[in-house]
Design a protein around this ligand. Sequence first.
Ligand code: HPA
Length: 251
Amino acid sequence: MLAIIGGTGLYQIDGFKSAGFKRVSTPFSEKRVVVELFKHGEQTVAFLPRHGKNHLIPPHKINYRANIWALQMIGADEIIAINAVGGIHPDTGPGNFAIPDQIIDYTHSRAHTFFEKDLEFVTHVDFTQPFSNELRKKLADAFDRANTVRSANKSLLNEGVYGCMQGPRLETAAEINRLQQDGCDVVGMTGMPEAALARELKLGYAMLAWSVNWAAGLGEKNISMSGIETHLEEGRGFVLEILTNLIIEEL
Ligand code: HPA
């Protein structure tokens, strides 16, 4: 089953018939994880908004382990993650997209592995290629179709490095300068440890990085929340179109 993890700006998927909610208990939280199910024909897609339905959980407080565990428990084997980002690469200005093929993790103090207790042996998963190329290709095809259907003329960086910062504050200009030197193309706060946890449970994972601002120091003097919100509003329909295409093709 395909699961979609919605990020900032995407708290539901419209256009599909809701098939109710699953409330999943996990070893990582007292609270159950609520996953919504949608139907397309006979097939089911799962949807999980990582910041909660009302966007109250900041990036560093998200229970990534509970979320990924819950998705696996309900039978998900592939995850498409939507992540709002700041653009660093010239093609990733606000309103445009990337499907990264690499990650650098700058986060700290997040529960980031399933392999730490009750181990029979120490486990190191391979993470050389952090994303599923098969899913990345499906996402890129769905993006192209959405661009055509909507005559949207959005640009897609179909590769690139996602730098994951701790947040919730945005970066300093010097931090973005450093990320740029490290080779990062987009910057966000939620890709890790999510992608690594998916790998630990052998779930395919790909990310649609949705640029909603230029990263610090690369655009206007300061980054405004109202500017970010304008881009989230403006791009939501396009993101849903991509997901619709993906779901229809996938199932
Ligand atoms: N930095 C980090 N995370 C983000 C940004 C940013 O500029 N924009 C959206 N998420």
